[in-house]
Design a protein around this ligand. Structure first.
Ligand code: ATP
Ligand code: MG
Length: 384
């Protein structure tokens, strides 16, 4: 394993121009790095804060060549970037973390599920769907309801349909352009939790406490950390997540999303080889935040502590909040001086688009969530 330390002041980069790239760059700057981005568009959240910007897709050789000239080390903001592009960079001597193999596995649900099965990790029962016969078989063997998910490039619930009756299956698959899919048995979960881990170049790893996540319309709505699920479930979730990071031999941040059943069983939903929306609150609440861990792992520095200074909650700010004009920022901040506002600098608010988030720390995590939710309601001009 490459144990070379890339010292602060060096130039490093992130592939992807969204809010995750932006927060990676902000963490890198705090540590004294010169940090740039390879962004598909010139006006994206990460480009506003980057020391330098290369505009282009992650699978164009000329863009990658420019990154290789400018940066000693490269990370990614999300998994849907070209794995071949990462391999190309690594072969030119650029330190690339996470590695292309981790990306290749986690960017495709069929490969990810196969990897988890091979390592004995519990998941929802699933079947591959490449043709009508496999779809029919999945409906018969898994039962209903089930969820059909495209194997490639899904996020925020995009590329997913729920099937409640057998006669809906064909139309559901057609609505996904008959792309290769995973059919998943529907999990009647009691809660959704996630564990953000980081693994250093020396193989040492850390896990944050599990976060409790609530979704609305398949998009993360709020997170509370630590999840109030008791020490046994917490430890088991952390162990499972760290085990997966180790099996992947991944260097970097890796998040594992779980379903928790009412009988206390943990089922892995999916992997994200990167900082996660549910870890944004670590910016204020943890000894070291998830983006700094990503920078440290990338640069071969020792990881920082992952304990919480205080429990915390986060609520997402989606584009829907702009439906009646600009949200009332001053009113929300006036309500509670403990509210921290993060905006990602996106120009157009579209319903469902992640525009920013609010974080609140409180000795009691549930109270932190109530306070964050109350502040968000004020943004819309509602009392709470
Ligand atoms: P994200 O980008 O938010 O992680 P995604 O598009 O990658 O989302 P998933 O995490 O697979 O998609 O699914 C989104 C949400 O849909 C889950 O968090 C969960 O609430 C619900 N969901 C997904 N799969 C199942 C399932 N098998 N049973 C029950 N609910 C599910
Ligand atoms: Mg998910």
């Amino acid at each position: 394993m490459n144990m070379r330390v890339i010292e602060p002041k060096s130039s490093i980069a992130v592939i992807g121009g969204g809010q995750l790239g932006r927060m990676f760059i902000q963490a890198a700057h705090r540590l004294g790095y010169d940090a740039g981005t390879l962004s598909p568009t010139a006006d994206a959240p990460a480009t506003h804060v980057a020391s330098w910007v290369v505009v282009g897709p992650s699978d164009r050789q000329s863009s990658l060549a420019e990154i290789a000239r400018k940066a000693k080390a490269v990370s990614v903001e999300f998994e849907n970037v070209s794995a071949a592009g990462l391999r190309w960079l690594a072969r030119r001597g650029v330190v690339v973390r996470p590695g292309w193999r981790t990306l290749w596995i986690s960017q495709n649900r069929l490969r990810e599920k196969t990897f988890l099965a091979e390592h004995g990790v519990p998941t929802a029962p699933w079947r591959q769907v490449h043709n009508q016969a496999e779809l029919d078989l999945a409906v018969r063997e898994l039962g209903l309801p089930l969820i059909l998910k495209t194997a490639d490039s899904g996020y925020d619930g995009k590329g997913q349909v729920r099937i409640d009756a057998g006669n809906q299956a064909k139309a559901a698959w057609e609505s996904l352009q008959q792309a290769p899919c995973v059919a998943e048995g529907f999990v009647e979960f009691a809660a959704e939790i996630s564990v953000v881990t980081a693994r250093g170049a020396d193989g040492k790893s850390v896990a944050y406490p599990p976060a409790l996540n609530r979704h609305r319309n398949h998009i993360l709505d709020s997170t509370m950390m630590p999840a109030p699920v008791g020490p046994i479930v917490c430890q088991e979730a952390q162990q499972l997540a760290l085990g997966i990071a180790q099996s992947l031999e991944n260097v970097g941040v890796l998040t594992v999303e779980f379903f928790l059943t009412s009988s206390g069983d943990l089922i892995v939903n999916e992997l994200a080889p990167r900082p996660h929306n549910s870890g944004h609150l670590t910016i204020e609440s943890a000894v070291t935040d998830q983006f700094e861990q990503q920078v440290r792992a990338l640069c071969g520095l020792p990881l920082g502590g992952s304990t919480l200074v205080q429990p915390a909650a986060m609520v997402n700010l989606l584009g829907d909040l702009w439906s009646n004009g600009e949200p009332r920022w001053a009113d929300a901040l006036a309500l509670d001086p403990g509210v921290r506002l993060h905006l990602y600098g996106k120009q157009t608010a579209v319903p469902g688009r992640k525009m920013g988030h609010l974080t609140v720390l409180d000795p009691i995590a549930e109270t932190a969530l109530d306070r964050a939710t109350a502040a968000r309601a004020v943004l819309l001009g509602r009392k709470s």
